[in-house]
Write a protein that binds this ligand. Structure first.
Ligand code: GLU
Length: 300
């Protein structure tokens, strides 16, 4: 069993990102597995200089020790290009000239699928999505399914600015790092069917997924740099970890706050059971109605 935490260095870690870090760490460690860290520095315009190091120091201060070297996506261009080439050789990708604005909402309408319209320059690459219904069993929330061709359509693997898309990079790296279990925030639930689809096309092993609740602010917005979430304070790791555990549905005993972060993590590790993590709002996040089956209807 091997898990991972894959932060994007767009700023320091906030409460929501620590939730994903702690949940993935506990899940791997409770099973006697390994926990890796991958820095998703794939999109320089969105990144903040120095944030990657701040994130790693914060993880250390929280007692979240990773196994093996940190993998940096900024150094993985060749691997992503090789995966894209493989798909291209199999006739599974096509060049696309559509601007983001032209296909901003909903499903990709297939504009460049059979060739770029005359006079347009194709700079992005999309993967063909044909009749792909994807279903998987989320360990934290049960069955999830999405009809990719109806709801998403052909999606971007390499952007017009030359950067590789998150969906491709994450699939290539999860395979290269031998990850078996992905535990992350439910805001990424709508990406998972696309990732499973790419794993299939590339012949990679299928992973197990668990999507944990997403922390929101008082206005109900996901905590993020954009919504002004404050960074977590490494000096109060114990109390913050207890708050994370309460958020995940645990009931840490009084006084555990005062223990060091390693002791708090050891307490939780002994009690970890991902299937008991509140399934609450994942379906609400995605606008689904059924209780025991989450149907993904949006994409990011
Ligand atoms: N880098 C992504 C983020 O910070 C997480 C990717 C993942 O866990 O698959 O939102």
């Amino acid at each position: 069993m091997r898990g991972r935490f894959a932060p994007s260095p767009t700023g320091p870690l906030h409460f929501g990102s620590i939730v994903a870090a702690v949940a993935s760490y506990l899940d791997a460690k409770a099973a006697g597995g390994e926990w890796l860290v991958r820095m998703e520095d794939l999109d320089p315009p969105r990144e903040q200089p120095g944030a990657a190091d701040v994130i790693l120091r914060t993880l250390e201060a929280f007692g979240l020790e990773w196994d093996g070297p940190v993998l940096y996506q900024s150094q993985r261009g060749e691997a992503y290009a090789a995966a894209l080439d493989r798909l291209a050789r199999d006739g599974l990708v096509f060049a696309c000239a559509c601007t983001r604005k032209e296909v901003a909402e909903g499903r990709y309408p297939g504009t460049c699928r059979n060739g770029v319209p005359p006079g347009r320059e194709a700079r992005a690459w999309r993967v063909r999505v044909d009749g792909a219904a994807v279903a998987f069993e989320d360990r934290a929330r049960g069955r999830v399914h999405q009809d990719l061709s109806r709801e998403v359509g052909d999606f971007v693997l390499r952007r017009a600015d030359g950067l590789f898309a998150y969906q491709l990079a994450v699939v290539v790296d999860d395979a290269a790092q031998g990850i078996t279990d992905v535990v992350r925030g439910a805001d990424l639930l709508d990406s998972t069917p696309r990732q499973i689809y790419l794993q299939r096309l590339l012949g990679f092993r299928r992973l197990r997924y668990s999507h944990v609740p997403v922390a929101t602010n008082a206005a109900g917005e996901k905590l993020s740099k954009q919504t002004g979430a404050p960074p977590v304070d490494p000096a109060s790791a114990g109390p913050t970890l207890c708050e994370v555990l309460r958020f995940l549905g645990f009931d840490p005993p009084e006084g555990l706050e005062m223990a060091g972060p390693r002791d708090v993590l050891a307490w939780a590790r002994a009690r970890w059971d991902i299937s008991s993590i509140v399934k609450k709002e994942a379906c609400a996040v995605l606008g689904a109605s059924e209780q025991d089956e989450c149907h993904v209807t949006e994409k990011r």
